[in-house]
Design a binder for this molecule. Sequence first.
Ligand SMILES: *[C@@H]1O[C@H](CO)[C@@H](O)[C@H](O)[C@H]1NC(C)=O
Ligand SMILES: *[C@@H]1O[C@H](CO)[C@@H](O)[C@H](O)[C@H]1NC(C)=O
Ligand SMILES: *[C@@H]1O[C@H](CO)[C@@H](O)[C@H](O)[C@H]1NC(C)=O
Ligand SMILES: *[C@@H]1O[C@H](CO)[C@@H](O)[C@H](O)[C@H]1NC(C)=O
Length: 447
Amino acid sequence: MARCMKTANCVAILTLGQMIVVFIFIGVRWQTADHVSFCDLSNRIIQDPDVIEKCYKLLQNKYFTPNMASDSTRILSTSTNKLHDEKWKSMRQRIDFALEKCSNSSDVKDITDRIQGIAWTSSSGNLAYCVTPKVGCTYWKRVFRFIYRDFNGTPKSPVDIPRMYTHYGPLKNIKLFQLSEPAARTKMAYMKAFMFTRNPYTRLWSAYIDKYFLPDFWRTDAKNVVLSVRENATSYSKRCANDVTFEEFLTYVVRMSGSRMNEHYVPVHRLCSPCHMKFDYIGKQESFSADASFILDDLGLGYLNTSLADHVTEELKTLITYNFKLKTHLLSGCFHELDVARRLWLAFQINGYIPSEVNFPKAEIMKVRHLNETEAVFAKLVLNQYTSSKKSSTEWKEQRKRYFVSAYQNVPLSLLEDVRDVFQLDFDIFNYESEPEELFYRPASDN
Ligand SMILES: *[C@@H]1O[C@H](CO)[C@@H](O)[C@H](O)[C@H]1NC(C)=O
Ligand SMILES: *[C@@H]1O[C@H](CO)[C@@H](O)[C@H](O)[C@H]1NC(C)=O
Ligand SMILES: *[C@@H]1O[C@H](CO)[C@@H](O)[C@H](O)[C@H]1NC(C)=O
Ligand SMILES: *[C@@H]1O[C@H](CO)[C@@H](O)[C@H](O)[C@H]1NC(C)=O
């Protein structure tokens, strides 16, 4: 029988019952193949809700667990909550806008092969978050770790999961998948999927401050910047890479744009392209807490919302500890306590936690008897300053903006135009201004 199956004319010697089995088998095979190609969204832009709906119904058993299945049809259902409906409508508009821009853009085809993002999903595979560093990914990784119980100890809320563990701790229940896998695109279409995006200019500025101005990347990517961009770099700079300027960083980003880029500054559309993947929610850094609370609420995770409110104090402490700990990873002579404290102080001013008019408390830090006490003394000074500062959120926002604008004003216009071009699709798809006047208008350099 097994040998016989290999040749077509053997069918003649099969019994009727066996033939039916064979035909059913062939039929199922054919149908499955047909539906898979019908539902294989990897090579086209997903726009047609009917296609999504049909494929979803067809394959839901494959990717959904029953309790989440009804969720995907929520788009068609009528919610009783009016405010929620409003938010849902504006989220829908944001996604539709992105899809329309995708279908209008001639560049979209080119990026298909350059998607390099990673999504976190549960083992049951019904919820997916495309990770975008510099856009609140710590927050979402904590939420995933919390709801899928991928943590150590007994955290009472997501923020109780330490930052380092959040990023580097082992994953047991959470699964990762590369969005570049062909199967990923189909899989994503049958899950609740979300991503966050951010204005490329603020994302680049934030990446520079957190990773290149502060020590995080001194032993890794900052070295590449010095070697690739700086002419006649001193041997000290080549060794320590602790003096990369914002202009050098941007030059490097532009230079790298044709190849694989670090995930902290690669354009968001190359991490998690809504042109090729179905997303149920696209959140924005600029409206992070409103978008996050809407998404949590819509996913039935609203109970997590309150526990994620204000945790600046804990963030400041974590950042200080993290950056001081890097000393042990850096080459000797590259890390000086006083210098790193000074950089952190400025970074906190740039991020709007410490008033710009308060000078770095150098004298008080110099009083320590042993270098190893610098961190504790410094942390105390920062926290005291943060808790005693009475600026309004508008004032903090203005302070952040002053640093941001001034950093870009010091970058040559031609470089800024190159940066704009590299991120053009991000500006288009996610509806950001590509040439904001405050960055592009140069009153002084008029000639
Ligand atoms: C897409 O292109 C069409 C035709 O050129 C245009 O009318 C429409 O406004 C464009 N959509 C977006 C979102 O830019
Ligand atoms: C680098 O060194 C070369 C040779 O000494 C010199 O001609 C060039 O001007 C230097 N470049 C910069 C940017 O200092
Ligand atoms: C989540 O918390 C924020 C701030 O506490 C609040 O403004 C918002 O209404 C909450 N959202 C939901 C869905 O409960
Ligand atoms: C700092 O170093 C000194 C001398 O090496 C040591 O006596 C002290 O216990 C250390 N303090 C801390 C907080 O590690």
